[in-house]
Design a protein. Structure first.
Lengths: 381, 282
C-alpha cells in the first residue's frame, strides 16, 4: 500500500480496499481461513485490527470462521469474514444460521472460476445464484457487488450498514480481477460515508424479546454480556428465541425474515445507469464486466448505436420493478456475465414483453473484454 | 433431605421462568443430572448470570441451554466451540460454557475441538458422552466401543473409539477431567474447577442413554447403566497406585490433567496493548 504524503489518495488493491472499508464501517472482528484469491483481506485484517483494538482469528476452516463471526456479532462486535467459492460453499450452512438467528455479519466472496476447486487464480461470477439460494430452506439474501477499487471500499461499508440495519448476513460479491487490481482512490474521511450501527434495546431486561415482531420488522438487538439474557437458536423459534412447533409462530417467523427485507428493499437497491436516456439497447452486467460494458458502450456510441448500461450494485434482492421500468423503452437487453447464464434468468423474468433478452456468457477464466461486448451489441442491433 | 430441598431452590433460580418445560429428554436421562451439577457449580462460584454465555451444538444434551437463564446460543451441528470462540474473543470477560455431545464434539466438530484445545482459549467444554447419537435414534458415534451395537452398527461396531481425555491432552487443553452422572458431587467440583480455570477446560461426562445404547447393548435401564458407572469408575488418585491389569475394566475419573499455559484472549489483549501503545507513542 503506497501512501502519498500530503493527501489521502492511495493506490490500493480491491481486496485492500475491502479491508479499509470494513474498518471504516466499524468492523472489529474478523475470522477467516486462507483461500485464493481472497487471502489479502484476511492478511490486512490481521495487521490492522489489533491496532484499533479489534480482534482477528485465523480459524481451522471456513465453517469455523463464519461460526466465530456469528458468535462475535451476537456478543456485540461488527463482524466479517472473506473467502472464495469453495470456502463460501463450506460457510453456507452457518450463513443460513445467521439468517435464521437474525445476526448481522458480512461475507466477502472474491469469486474465482468454478465449479469445485475450479480456477483459484482466475475470474468467475458463477456464485451469483449460490449467494441467493445457498442455504437450505427459504431465505432472502442481500448481496452487493462493486466493480472498482473505490467501490470495494464503499460497498463493503454499505454491506456492513445493511447487515446492521436489517440484522442479517450480507454478501459482497467481488471477483479475482477486482480483488487483485490496483487503482487510485481517495480515502473517505470521517463522516464522508454513512455508518450504521445496530439498533439496541431500550426496554428493561424482563421485557426484552430478541426476535420481537415489531411494525418495523427489524427488532432491536441486545448483545451477550450487557444485562440481557435470552436464547438464540437455529431451530424455528418464537419471539423469545425458544424452539416452536406451532404453525402460527412458524409462519410469523418466516414472514418476518422475508418481509423485513422485501418491504424495505428500496433502501437496499442501488443501480448505476450509463447513457440509458435514449438507449434502445441495454447491456446488463455487474462487477468487473460492468467496466468492460461501459467502454464498449463508449465505442458503440461513436458509431451512433443507441446503447446504454445497467449495472446493479445490489444483486440481491433483485431489483424487479426498477429494472422493468428501466427496460420500458429498451428493445434489446444483453445480459453479460462470467458464467453459463445465471442473472439472465432474472432479467428474463422481469423484462417487459417487448424487450428481447440476449445472453453474453464467458466462462473460460478470462475477463469479458470490451470488444466481446461491442461485437455482441453489433450482432443484436 | 435438607440438602435436596436446598439444591432444588438453587436450581430454580437458574432456570428460565417461562414456557420451556417439560424438557425434551427421556425419563432417567443423565442430562438433567449434569444440568443440576452445572447450576450448582455456577452458584458456588457466585457468578453473575449476565456474565455467562452457554453455547451448544446439536443433539440431546445441546438442548440444555434453552432451559438455563443465561445468555444462550444453540448453534449448528458440531460448531458450538467455533461459535463460542467468537463470543469469547468479543467478550473476554464473560465465562463461556459449551454443552456438547460426543458426536457433536468429536465427529462433526472434531476439528474445532482440537484447535480450540491447541489455542487454549478460555472456555469450559462439558462433553456429554453417552457413546451414541441419541437424538437421531441410536447411531454409532466416535465414542461407541468396538463391538457395541447401534442402528448403523447392526453387526457390532468395527471401529475404535476416541478417548476424549487423551485427545484433549494431546491437543493442548489445560484442564482435562472426567466425571459421571453417578458421581454427582465430584462432577459439580470438576465443572467448578473447569469454569475457574483460565484456559481450555474439558469435562468428559459419562452419561447414560438407556433408550438406545442401553437397549441395543442389553445394559438395562437408567438405574442399571448408572450403577455400572459406579462400579467401574476409578478415581485418578487410586488408579495411579494400581497396576494396569487391575484397571482393565475400569475407567479413570477426576482431574486427570492440569497445566498452566498462555491463554488465547489474554495473549491477544497483550498484542492490542503493545500496538495501541506504540501508536499512541508515535
Amino acid at each position: 500500500m503506497k501512501k502519498d504524503n500530503n493527501s489521502n489518495t492511495r493506490l490500493l488493491q480491491g481486496n485492500e480496499a475491502c479491508v479499509h472499508g470494513a474498518l471504516y464501517a466499524g468492523v472489529r472482528f474478523f475470522a477467516g481461513y486462507p483461500i485464493t484469491p481472497s487471502t489479502e483481506i484476511a492478511e490486512g485484517m490481521a495487521r490492522e485490527l489489533p491496532k484499533l483494538g479489534g480482534k482477528f482469528i485465523q480459524m481451522e476452516d471456513e465453517i469455523g470462521s463464519i461460526a466465530a463471526v456469528i458468535g462475535a456479532s451476537n456478543a456485540g462486535l461488527k463482524a466479517m469474514t472473506a473467502t472464495s467459492g469453495p470456502g463460501y460453499s463450506l460457510m453456507v450452512e452457518n450463513i443460513g444460521f445467521g439468517y435464521m438467528t437474525e445476526t448481522p455479519c458480512v461475507i466477502i466472496n472474491v469469486q474465482r472460476g468454478g465449479p469445485s476447486t475450479g480456477l483459484p487464480t482466475k475470474i468467475g461470477q458463477a456464485d451469483t445464484m449460490q449467494t441467493r439460494w445457498g442455504p437450505h430452506g427459504d431465505n432472502t439474501a442481500i448481496a452487493v457487488a462493486p466493480s472498482t477499487v473505490k467501490e470495494c471500499f464503499e460497498e463493503t461499508v454499505r454491506a456492513v450498514n445493511l447487515a446492521e440495519r436489517f440484522r442479517t448476513p450480507v454478501t459482497v460479491l467481488s471477483d479475482e480481477v477486482l480483488g487483485h487490481m490496483r487503482e487510485m482512490m481517495v480515502m473517505p474521511g470521517d463522516g464522508d460515508l454513512e455508518v450504521i450501527d445496530r439498533h439496541k434495546p431500550d426496554v428493561p431486561s424482563d421485557w426484552y424479546k430478541h426476535f420481537e415482531i415489531t411494525p418495523s420488522l427489524v427488532s432491536a438487538m441486545a448483545s451477550f454480556g450487557e444485562g440481557y439474557r435470552y436464547n438464540i437458536s437455529g431451530l424455528t423459534h418464537d419471539e423469545d428465541g425458544f424452539p416452536t412447533a406451532k404453525p402460527a409462530e412458524i409462519k410469523a417467523k418466516l414472514n418476518k425474515l422475508r418481509r423485513k427485507i422485501e418491504r424495505f428493499a428500496d433502501e437496499i437497491y442501488k443501480i448505476e445507469t450509463y447513457k440509458m436516456d435514449d438507449a434502445h439497447i441495454a447491456v446488463f452486467s455487474y462487477g468487473t464486466v460492468g467496466r468492460s460494458a461501459q467502454q464498449a458502450i463508449q465505442i458503440a456510441r461513436q458509431s451512433r448505436i443507441k446503447v446504454g448500461s445497467i449495472r446493479p450494485l445490489t444483486i440481491w434482492p433483485f431489483p424487479d420493478e426498477k429494472l422493468r421500468e428501466m427496460l420500458t423503452g429498451v428493445r434489446k437487453v444483453i445480459v453479460a456475465e462470467l458464467n453459463m447464464g445465471q442473472l439472465i434468468r432474472e432479467v428474463q423474468r422481469v423484462a417487459p414483453r417487448h424487450t428481447e433478452v440476449f445472453p453474453l456468457q464467458r466462462y473460460d477464466g478470462e475477463v469479458m473484454t470490451p470488444q466481446q461486448i461491442l461485437d455482441r451489441i453489433r450482432e443484436v442491433k | 433431605m435438607q440438602r435436596i430441598s436446598h439444591d432444588s431452590e438453587i436450581t430454580h433460580e437458574y432456570l428460565r421462568p417461562k414456557k420451556k418445560f417439560p424438557n425434551v429428554w427421556c425419563a432417567g436421562c443423565g442430562n438433567g443430572i449434569i444440568m443440576g451439577a452445572l447450576i450448582r457449580a455456577i452458584h458456588n462460584l457466585g457468578l453473575d448470570k449476565d456474565e455467562i454465555a452457554v453455547v451448544s451444538g446439536i443433539g440431546c444434551s445441546s438442548r440444555m441451554p434453552v432451559y438455563l437463564d443465561f445468555c444462550t446460543l444453540h448453534t449448528t451441528h458440531g460448531r458450538a466451540i467455533a461459535f463460542a470462540t467468537g463470543v469469547k474473543i468479543a467478550k473476554p470477560h464473560m465465562k463461556v460454557i459449551v454443552i456438547t455431545g460426543d458426536g457433536d464434539a468429536l465427529a462433526i466438530g472434531g476439528n474445532h475441538f482440537i484447535h480450540a484445545s491447541r489455542r487454549n482459549i478460555d472456555m469450559t467444554v462439558i462433553l456429554v458422552n453417552n457413546k451414541i447419537y441419541g437424538m437421531t435414534g441410536g447411531q454409532a458415534a466416535p465414542t461407541t466401543p468396538s463391538g457395541a451395537f447401534a442402528t448403523t452398527a447392526p453387526y457390532g461396531n468395527h471401529e475404535k473409539q476416541f478417548d476424549v481425555v487423551n485427545l484433549a491432552v494431546g491437543a493442548g487443553a489445560s484442564y482435562v477431567s472426567r466425571g459421571t452422572v453417578y458421581h454427582v458431587v465430584q462432577l459439580e467440583k470438576l465443572i467448578q474447577g473447569a469454569i475457574s480455570k483460565k484456559g481450555f477446560a474439558v469435562v468428559d461426562v459419562f452419561s447414560n442413554c438407556h433408550t438406545y445404547y442401553g437397549r441395543f447393548n442389553k445394559e438395562g435401564d437408567s438405574v442399571a447403566m448408572i450403577s455400572w458407572m459406579k462400579k467401574h469408575a476409578m478415581p485418578i488418585q487410586a488408579a495411579k497406585k494400581l497396576p494396569p491389569e487391575k484397571l482393565a475394566d475400569k475407567f479413570v475419573t477426576g482431574l486427570i490433567h492440569e497445566t498452566d499455559a498462555s491463554e488465547f484472549t489474554e495473549e491477544y489483549q497483550k498484542l492490542i496493548d503493545r500496538l495501541t501503545k506504540k501508536e499512541a507513542a508515535e
